[in-house]
Design a protein around this ligand. Structure first.
Ligand code: SAH
Ligand code: SF4
Ligand code: F3S
Length: 469
């Protein structure tokens, strides 16, 4: 999953009502999805989205707690919010401030103490109650970090068709939440709670509605999405591979992606789906974190480096062109030069199309925070440079290998110049093409002509039919 990125959700609507909400998301894609759903739950209350914090009546910061830096970002942003709130008050206008997401869950009332501008703190499991909570927070500051019994997804309103379309032809859909894996470095099991899979029928209905509004690609989200174990309309158990088959059968959905997976849950059915489902894109984000068995054990990953390599072999046998990506942590407590060399060796062996790497960050309340033998910051910095250099070389090599090949591109947005369009290859590479005929949402055949810094250039191959209409 992508982290430390920030994303703002929505743009000002032309028919702006009296109340405006600004939602800013930090952290993973699940937060991006939640941000949209928060906007959806506030829409019937008369709130329209705005892209600027300055003119917002309601500011929602949807936060991430995964690393110290991510969590601290919120407090610096809240400093800025406080100034804006004061300025608005000077003009006789109100601004309500909400902290949502994983920092809200982890720190609760502590946020009210540290940040006087905050009116409401709401955890990731309670945001379906936002309208009531926002109302209550007008009278007194509120904290809601309960894990309620009701399923928030079943009570959240569906966005209007035009709203879905305005968000683009690709969409995120959370299918599973929480995590039971308890890796010793990670806050997610505490901030998102136990692993819960949504019912298959509800997921398929949501995706059919998205497709009806023009969405062509869905990314199924979960912290541990391949551990999905839902039930279908008849109460039968459905694994993640089974869910992929159901989603592939939804008319209009041409592409399916999913993230994030755990190596322990890469079962035969899921690997077979990569062979059998043309809608399932040949891209797998499978975090390994480290190439050292000693460190993997201390992280409680419950697999070895060799187990991981064998899974990669099986996936590649099923889908030889699959692009692989991963997450790595350097400087986990006790990591030696030899452990780090094992990580470098694993990266060399796999050959990634992309990967994220992070310096270990001590998180309060996690088992690893109690370990001695913390790795000095300079050592972490040096290791991450070495690792990122290798990953960058692999990414460039992967992109260079696409030059001269024909790939299907889903057109997602206009390009930077008139006549230019931007889309994605099956391997999640950004591709720019010059074309005046293709429309957003089309899947066109493109010959890749040149690699750019972070993207590829290509030209459309006329007359080529796409595999999936
Ligand atoms: N559920 C996903 C991970 C979500 S967090 C999975 O299991 O793959 C995304 C990434 O952040 C993790 O894969 C890990 O590489 C990184 N991360 C998590 N906790 C961290 C910490 N304490 N310090 C540094 N990186 C961390
Ligand atoms: Fe965190 Fe591990 Fe769960 Fe991923 S699998 S969310 S790293 S505890
Ligand atoms: Fe961050 Fe919470 Fe996602 S801690 S990575 S926003 S699940």
């Amino acid at each position: 999953m992508q982290n430390d990125d920030t994303a703002t959700s929505g743009a000002a609507l032309p028919d702006a009502g009296p109340k405006k909400v600004f939602v800013k998301s930090y952290g993973c894609q699940m937060n991006v999805y939640d941000a949209q759903r928060m906007a959806d739950v506030l829409a019937p209350e008369g709130y329209v989205e705005t892209a600027t914090m300055e003119d917002a009546d309601l500011v929602v910061l949807n936060t991430c707690h995964i690393r110290e830096k991510a969590a601290e970002k919120v407090y610096s942003e809240l400093g800025r919010v406080r100034t804006l709130k004061r300025e608005r008050k000077g003009r006789g206008e109100e601004m309500q401030v909400v902290v949502a997401g994983c920092v809200a869950q982890a720190e609760g009332a502590e946020i009210l103490r540290r940040a006087p501008a905050v009116d409401l703190v709401v955890g990731p499991q309670s945001y379906h109650r936002l309208p009531d909570l926002v109302r209550a927070a007008r009278d007194a500051r509120v904290v809601d970090t309960e894990f309620p019994v009701e399923d928030k997804f079943s009570v959240l309103p569906q966005p209007a068709r035009e709203k879905v379309r305005s968000r683009g032809v690709t969409a995120f859909v959370t299918v599973q939440e929480g995590c039971d894996k308890f890796c010793t470095f990670c806050v997610v099991p505490y901030t998102r709670g136990a692993e819960v899979s949504r019912p298959v029928g509800a997921i398929v209905t949501d995706i059919a509605k998205l497709a009806d509004a023009g969405v062509r690609e869905v990314s199924l989200l979960g912290q541990n999405v391949n551990a999905f174990h839902g039930v279908d309309e008849k109460g039968r158990a459905v694994t993640f591979g089974g869910l992929l088959q159901r989603v592939a059968a939804v008319p209009g959905i041409a592409r399916i992606r999913y993230t994030t997976s755990h190596p322990r849950d890469m079962d035969e059915e899921l690997i077979a789906a990569h062979r059998d489902l043309p809608q399932l894109m040949p891209y797998l984000h499978l975090p390994v974190q480290s190439g050292s068995d000693r460190i993997l054990d201390a992280m409680n990953r419950r697999h070895t480096a060799d187990d991981y390599l064998r899974i990669i072999e099986r996936v590649r046998a099923a889908r030889p062109d699959i692009a692989l990506s991963s997450d790595f942590i350097v400087g986990f407590p006790g990591e030696t030069d030899a452990d780090f060399a094992d990580t470098m060796r694993l990266v060399e062996t796999v050959g990634y199309a992309a990967a994220f790497s992070f310096k270990y960050s001590t998180r309060p309340g996690t088992p690893a925070a109690e370990l001695g033998d913390q790795v000095p910051e300079e050592v972490k910095t040096e290791r991450i440079h070495v690792l990122q250099d290798l990953i960058m070389r692999q990414q460039r090599a992967f992109n260079a290998a696409t030059v001269g090949r024909r790939v299907e591109v889903l057109i997602e947005k206009p390009g930077r110049h008139p006549g230019q369009l931007g889309g994605k290859s099956p391997y999640l590479q950004a591709v720019h093409i010059e074309d005046r005929d293709a429309r957003i949402g089309d899947i066109v055949m493109v010959e890749i002509t040149a690699p750019g810094t972070n993207s590829l250039y290509g030209s459309r191959v006329p007359g080529m039919e796409t595999a999936i209409a």
